[in-house]
Design a binder for this molecule. Structure first.
Ligand code: SF4
Length: 490
């Protein structure tokens, strides 16, 4: 029989990777370099850390201890604390059983045993969270610890921050002890599957919906065919259907037979891609020409962190922190106004007031997707005395996105009508990728949070401020150019 210490080492996150896809785990172990870590993944990772820090604040006592991060000593340090009769909360207690290594976010002494809490940044309990807790429970109990109960704590999205660092009520705890104890066999099966994935040959796994669930896999650009001129993924629609085409060997949108496509939108993408030319459908020009002046092109940047920053805000609620507006007059003249406050104080009131002043009382307010409407509604909720003025703005909103979607498609858009896909097709000189530093929404949110962090030095803050202003301004400038382009098509 193989000695336990000779078995490949597995962490809990590797087991969860194996649960999602054994090929993912194999690549993580042997070909990490093929993965692409996106800014969304990095942001989610950082958010998880922040929630972990808050959990330590909420569950901590004067005596609580965090086992310091050093894989070589963490297991021994945990054992030393428990053997010495620790009667205080322990954070990051670390255990190993059959070479499966886990760290428990929170362990609280309870009589002659322990209450274990796993902390997640999500807003509900997911099925893989139960499996996650079952792995913890299996390893900790088999390390000789009396686990009396195990819970999952997640973000309470109804929590409203009252300020002064008081986050009592931010986490909701769910006792999963019963479900977890019924899953021991699942854990053993998963450990065996993970060992096979790590030690054996590369598993043959087709792409499919599992590539994005529960986590977006970092190997998507490796497994999904992206090197064709018009990758088949650009047909969009259901992941399972597109994966079916990939498995059938199709690489380019043009490889798919027309008879295999049923959705109208996919037929349109396929038709235009085959033609190699942009398709302009009648009506867009007339719709845009009918809009009176002055025309306002508006865009917000928002943040929605798991841990609310300002009094009165909720976890993950989109909070406006910046706007940009280009104003076009009938003679073709353009002027620009903007708002950004990186002082660290709540910017929402000044943001809303300056927005009302900028937009005046007449003229269409163009946005790209209905997100701006949601953001303005959020401002009205925060400031009831501004509701009337903000509702007036809402009544003037015109969404440019469906106008573009209904009247224009270019093969280079690869199935997307996002502003980032549309702009280079219509105005090749304008590219988001050409923006230095911040060049997408998630980057803007992270950049803003970094800018208001007191630990950020003055030079970096100034750099971020410049990038944020440039990015948001670029968005509304892009909208002006898109509207003009469409209005010029005959
Ligand atoms: S992209 Fe899909 S198939 Fe490839 S490793 Fe990731 S989950 Fe598995």
């Amino acid at each position: 029989m193989r000695n336990a210490s000779m078995r490949p080492y597995l962490s809990k996150s590797r087991l969860i990777s194996a649960w999602q896809c054994s090929k993912k785990l194999h690549l993580e172990k042997h070909h990490k370099e093929l993965g692409v870590i996106t800014s969304q993944m990095e942001s989610a990772f950082a958010g998880g850390h922040q929630v972990g820090d808050i959990a330590q604040q909420l569950y901590g006592t004067d005596q609580s201890v965090e086992v310091q991060f050093n894989f070589k000593t963490m297991v021994a340090e945990t054992k030393r604390l428990i053997d010495n009769g620790a009667d205080f909360p322990i954070f990051e207690a670390t255990f190993r059983h059959e070479n499966v290594l886990i760290r428990a976010d929170v362990m609280i002494p309870d009589g002659d045993g322990w209450h274990v809490i796993e902390v997640k940044a999500s807003t509900s309990v997911k099925d893989y969270h139960v499996l996650d807790c079952a792995i913890q429970d299996w390893v900790i109990r088999n390390s000789g610890i009396n686990v009396l109960s195990i819970s999952l704590a997640h973000i309470n999205n109804q929590f409203v921050y009252e300020g002064d660092g008081n986050y009592d009520g931010l986490l909701l705890e769910n006792d999963l002890t019963e479900e977890v104890r019924a899953m021991e066999y699942d854990v053993l099966e998963l450990v065996a599957k993970a060992r096979e994935a790590v030690s054996g040959p590369p598993p043959v796994i087709d792409v499919g919906p599992h590539c994005n669930k529960p986590y977006e896999c970092q190997f998507i650009s490796h497994c999904w065919p992206m090197d064709a001129e018009y990758p088949v993924t650009g047909l969009g629609g259901g992941k399972a259907r597109v994966a079916g085409w990939v498995v059938a060997g199709y690489r380019d949108i043009r490889d798919v037979k027309r008879s295999e496509i049923s959705s109208e939108q996919q037929q349109r993408i396929h038709r235009v891609t085959e033609s190699g030319e942009a398709e302009v459908l009648p009506g867009g020009k007339e719709t845009l020409e009918a809009l009176p002046y002055p025309r306002y092109f508006l865009d917000f940047e928002t943040i929605g962190p798991a841990i609310p920053v300002w009094k009165g805000t909720r976890p993950y609620a989109a909070t406006a922190v910046q706007w940009s507006c280009h104003i076009e007059s009938e003679d073709g003249g353009i002027r620009h106004e903007e708002f950004l406050d990186i002082s660290g104080g709540p910017p929402m009131r000044a943001l809303a007031e300056s927005l009302i002043a900028c937009l005046g009382t007449s003229g269409p307010v163009l946005m790209y997707t209905s997100y701006e409407k949601t953001v303005i509604k959020g401002l009205a909720e925060l400031f009831p005395d501004l509701t009337e003025a903000l509702n007036e703005i809402i009544s003037r909103l015109i969404d440019l996105h469906p106008i573009v979607k209904n009247h224009y498609y270019h093969p280079a858009m690869l199935g997307s009508w996002s502003i980032k896909a549309v702009l280079p097709a219509m105005v090749p000189d304008m590219r988001y990728a050409g923006l230095e530093g911040i060049n997408e929404g998630m980057g803007a949110a992270d950049g803003f949070l970094e800018a208001i962090n007191p630990d950020t030095d003055v030079a970096r803050r100034a750099e971020l401020e410049e990038q944020l202003l440039r990015y948001c301004k670029f968005d509304t400038e892009a909208m002006v150019q898109i509207a003009r382009f469409l209005a010029e098509q005959s």
